[in-house]
Ligand binder design. Structure first.
Ligand SMILES: *Cc1c(COP(=O)(O)O)cnc(C)c1O
Length: 375
């Protein structure tokens, strides 16, 4: 008998310990919020130019340098505006003349669009494939000075390897917004690895972070020294100078900075990037094994490129994935809807380090329960 979706109630054992599975903003650990509350009167609402706040910025920067085992000469930069603002900053301060983009979904497409619309840059070289596939950058064109690709394309759940294209002279600039902190990476393979705290770092948005190599620092300084017009708030040379002082050019969200430092320390205390990546591997193994064996579901992405931080699961036509997401939401399991613009009969599930692998298991059981009731 088909049950009315509105009347489906999940039994208690199918409630995860935390119902947040969104791909960003994503689950914030309650411990981070409690730790912030303790600093309600001596940190929040105080000057970002004073030692109290700068010390938290320093903890965040040191925590990231430790987690990624940054080699000598690599630096941690930060600024306001999230990864989207970083694209704009990169169009002014990192791309010299021409970039190449691997476009495999909405976010990598937006990054390419920024460079394409910049009047001072040549049209970028775009390597695009259908959603779900992964092309590789190629270094055949010597005029390319910046190679751009995502570590994890969040809109489709496709993961790329961070590897320098062989023979490339340009900078390798990786959009790691949703991959950083959950996927393994070797810093020698990138020049710029940028992200924001609302994904694997279980924090809030509005800030960008960039791990930069000595070659990227040299590029930033060299472009700054030319007469190219750069809007002040997007000037990476200013971000470089301010970051070294554990500050930002203009006022940051202090809560965001605090939660980032807290999460980075939590990740490092547990065993660093390798521990985080193993936790994501474990969650990914649970959800993909479930989907592979399912009569009504299957992973959207081919095995070799399946993301270990954002899973995309397609459903049979007999299932209305949106209706499933609605029932889950009514039962306190949030934000597993597919990426709107992808337009597939799909659920998307974040598996960031803060998310308990056992909660992923319970989520799959909750979906099975709902499917039985609906069909
Ligand atoms: C979320 C996301 C962005 C956008 O980040 P904002 O901080 O919202 O600007 C960019 N790229 C990828 C891969 C993302 O997942």
């Amino acid at each position: 008998m088909t049950t009315n979706a509105d009347s489906i109630v999940l039994p208690a054992h199918l409630h995860p310990s935390d119902g947040r599975f969104g791909s960003g903003p994503s689950k914030v650990r309650p411990e981070a919020v409690s730790a912030l509350a303790v600093r309600a009167t001596d940190y929040l609402g105080t000057s970002h130019r004073q030692a109290t706040v700068r010390d938290v910025v320093r903890r965040a920067r040191d925590g990231l340098a430790e987690m990624f085992s940054l080699p000598d000469g690599y630096e941690v930069l930060l600024g306001n505006g999230g990864s989207t603002a970083f694209w704009d900053a990169a169009s002014f301060g990192l791309v010299e003349r021409k970039s190449q983009h691997v476009v495999i979904g909405e976010f990598s497409s937006k990054c390419a669009g920024v460079m394409k619309s910049a009047p001072h840059l040549e049209d970028p070289d775009v390597i695009e494939t259908a959603p779900g596939e992964v092309p590789r950058p190629n270094s055949a064109d010597p005029s390319i000075d910046s190679y751009c690709f995502p570590h994890n394309e969040t809109s489709t759940g496709v993961m790329c390897n961070v590897v320098r294209p062989s023979g490339a002279n340009g900078l390798v600039m990786v959009d790691a917004t949703s991959g950083a902190g959950g996927l393994r990476v070797d810093p020698s393979q990138f020049d710029v690895y940028y992200f924001a705290p609302q994904k694997c770092f279980a924090g809030d948005g509005g800030l960008w972070l960039a791990l930069v190599s000595p070659a990227a620092v040299e590029r930033i300084e060299r472009i700054h020294a030319t007469k190219r017009w750069i809007p002040a708030s997007l000037d990476l040379a200013t971000a470089l100078e301010q970051s070294r002082l554990n500050q930002t050019y203009n006022t940051p969200a202090l809560a965001t900075v605090f939660m980032l430092a807290h999460q980075a320390e939590w990740m490092n205390a547990n065993g660093g990037l390798e521990w985080c990546a193993r936790r994501c591997d474990e969650s990914a193994a649970i959800i993909y094994r479930w989907a592979d064996e399912h009569k009504l579901a299957h992973p959207f992405v081919a095995q070799s490129a399946r993301s270990h931080v954002t899973a995309t699961i397609d459903f049979d036509d007999s299932v209305d994935a949106l209706a499933v997401a609605r029932v889950l939401r009514r039962n306190g399991i949030l934000d597993v809807d597919s990426y709107r613009k992808l337009g597939r009969n799909q659920l998307r599930v974040a598996m960031f380090p803060a998310i308990e692998p056992n909660d992923i298991k319970i989520l799959t059981e909750a979906i099975d329960f709902i499917l039985e009731e609906l069909l």
